[in-house]
Design a binder for this molecule. Sequence first.
Ligand SMILES: [Zn+2]
Ligand SMILES: [Zn+2]
Length: 272
Amino acid sequence: MYNLCDLHLHSKFSWDAKLSIDEIIKEAQINNFKYIGLTEHIDFWDDHTQNYLKFNYDGYTESIEKARELNLVNICKGVEVGEIHVYPDRFNKFLEGKQFDLILGSIHTIGDYTPVFDEYFEQYKNVKDAYKAYLEEEYELVKYGGFDVAAHITFMHRTGGKFFKDFNYNSFKNEIDDILKLMISKKIGLEINTSGMRHFANGPVPDFDIVEAYIKLGGDIITVGSDAHSQKDIFYGIKETFSVLEKLGVKEITFFKNRKPEKIKIKNEEKN
Ligand SMILES: [Zn+2]
Ligand SMILES: [Zn+2]
């Protein structure tokens, strides 16, 4: 029996998500997840619908504390922060007086474009350049640091998969290795984000060939997250991902408390 864990979930404290924390916990019980991570969006640009200044930290904290009193599931109180390296001062200001268990670092925009939309790819004559630009930005984010886990390091492939079906680790081995090595040296974890499985990537972002490369290079902080923003996506592909990890010989995945990694055995041996 797997110790199922989903460390990338958005509740309605994120501007683009619908589920209440209570609803997420109910789903965790139904689906036998003992560990969940709420990772609400924090973005910094000025004309954002809900940028960092409008995030309801007190409400979020209170809801999590109430949920924890029920003792039904281990809850990681996290945030998913976009483009920290572009807004270092705003990021530091945001963190003042706040406590989190986990900070995910993400690239959602490059300049005025977001790789969720075709327009991002249409800027480039060759789709490979669009992928390369994303990986270069990801490298800059990791180089700046300040977060615990790099979320969806090949996010561009989620939509880009319709233009670049054959993309894999070997397409940009050098660039990806540089990112992975830097993450390992800075003790930044790797997230397997299953949202790619329900989009054009047809697999997690990053896919397992990149996860294997991370492990071979010496990385051992792996998290798994569905990146659900609504009920239909909650825990999507997590069980499948655990079974692939087991086949790859991975024994533990990572949960976070107070921004420190805690290993969890992927399988509960006693029940087998
Ligand atoms: Zn994201
Ligand atoms: Zn997310």
